[in-house]
Ligand binder design. Structure first.
Ligand SMILES: *[C@@H]1O[C@H](CO)[C@@H](O)[C@H](O)[C@H]1NC(C)=O
Ligand SMILES: *[C@@H]1O[C@H](CO)[C@@H](O)[C@H](O)[C@H]1NC(C)=O
Ligand SMILES: *[C@@H]1O[C@H](CO)[C@@H](O)[C@H](O)[C@H]1NC(C)=O
Length: 314
């Protein structure tokens, strides 16, 4: 018992062929992430500047709206999922079933406010999102863990708490996140077959010695990154190549640096990319699919200045 306690208190130590049962770790972001101390060392070595911006970076923060989709959205606090914020249509839609998303913030922060424009935009297209943290961040922890994102998945799949937001479809469940929250979304999806899609923003695995864990990813992965100035960019290039053979993957890059377009009106081009990806994946929307895959399609991501690569999708 004592040994077990000691072992579970230790951080995950990567070793080829060693696959832990879950993606949990003692550090925020889980087994695919690194500690804040190791991040400082990594940045000093590589010279990456997480604050670098690009030609497509939003200038300042736009005011929040209810999103541009057919189901105007808002934030909710919910006593059945404390320490989280719900983004959902203001009125439960009666004419659609809603895919569900567990979201992790940049820095694994415990306040999702900086991503609100983006999350409201997605919710307004008929999605229920449970985001780590609450406005003000007073959850009792400085960073979110895999257990926090798993609590969102449990809330969607096991309880009845999510039903008041409408007709949720728990067979259409994605983990998504920015930076540390993106790695948290991959760590949470690892060995949890309730998760059907992983969507990561501006981040890939930092540590080369952890990349072998990608062999255990069984669902399609989409990455939205911020061009060569984004510290996530070189790692996403590596991760994309190392997914299991045959697994569909999507990778789009826009010159924003690490910060993405979250602060823009309705979450900017990153939200447009995410909404179209989700509509394609979870609602078989062919127009949305074309925007992602066909550069010549009206409103394609390529026409929005994204550089796009994908595999195992036709
Ligand atoms: C559901 O109703 C809303 C509001 O009336 C409408 O905008 C939306 O297009 C409808 N969705 C579907 C899938 O019919
Ligand atoms: C739920 O989502 C799955 C996966 O996208 C889809 O196949 C199914 O048709 C959806 N169910 C409903 C009732 O919308
Ligand atoms: C693409 O980038 C160019 C150069 O920065 C810019 O002028 C143009 O408006 C961008 N296109 C779109 C659709 O945003």
């Amino acid at each position: 018992m004592l040994l077990r306690t000691l072992l579970t208190a230790c951080a995950f130590v990567p070793s080829p062929g060693k696959f832990p049962a879950t993606g949990d770790d003692t550090i925020a972001g889980g087994i695919f992430c690194l500690s804040l101390t190791d991040l400082a060392t990594y940045l000093a070595k590589t010279g990456n500047n997480p604050g670098a911006t690009g030609t497509e970076s939003p200038k300042g923060s736009a005011a929040a709206t209810s999103g541009s989709g057919p189901y105007p959205a808002q934030t909710f606090t919910d006593s059945t999922l404390p320490k989280h914020t719900i983004y959902a249509p203001k009125k439960p839609p009666t004419n659609v079933t809603m895919p569900v998303i567990a979201w992790g913030n940049g820095g694994c922060a415990t306040d999702p406010t900086t991503h609100s424009n983006f999350l409201l935009e997605i919710a307004s297209h008929g999605y229920v999102i449970a985001a780590d943290g609450i406005a003000g961040g007073k959850t009792g922890a400085s960073q979110s863990m895999v257990t926090d994102m798993r609590a969102s998945i449990d809330w969607f799949t096991k309880g009845t708490g999510a039903a008041k937001y409408g007709n949720v479809n728990t067979s259409a469940l994605a983990t998504m996140g920015h930076s540390c929250g993106g790695l948290e979304s991959m760590s949470t999806a690892y060995h949890d077959d309730r998760v059907k899609r992983i969507v990561m923003f501006n981040i890939g695995i930092f540590n080369d010695e952890k990349r072998y864990l990608l062999q255990e990813i069984k669902v399609p992965v989409a990455w939205f990154v911020g061009g060569p100035k984004d510290m996530g960019y070189p790692n996403v290039e590596k991760d994309y190549k190392l997914l299991p053979a045959g697994l569909p993957a999507y990778k789009a890059s826009l010159d924003t640096g690490h910060g993405g377009t979250f602060a823009a009106t309705n979450g900017g081009k990153a939200a447009k990319g995410a909404v179209n990806y989700l509509e394609w994946q979870f609602r078989n929307d062919e127009t949305a699919k074309a925007k992602l895959l066909d550069p010549k399609a009206a409103g394609s991501l390529v026409s929005d200045n994204w550089t796009v690569q994908f595999k195992n999708w036709t």
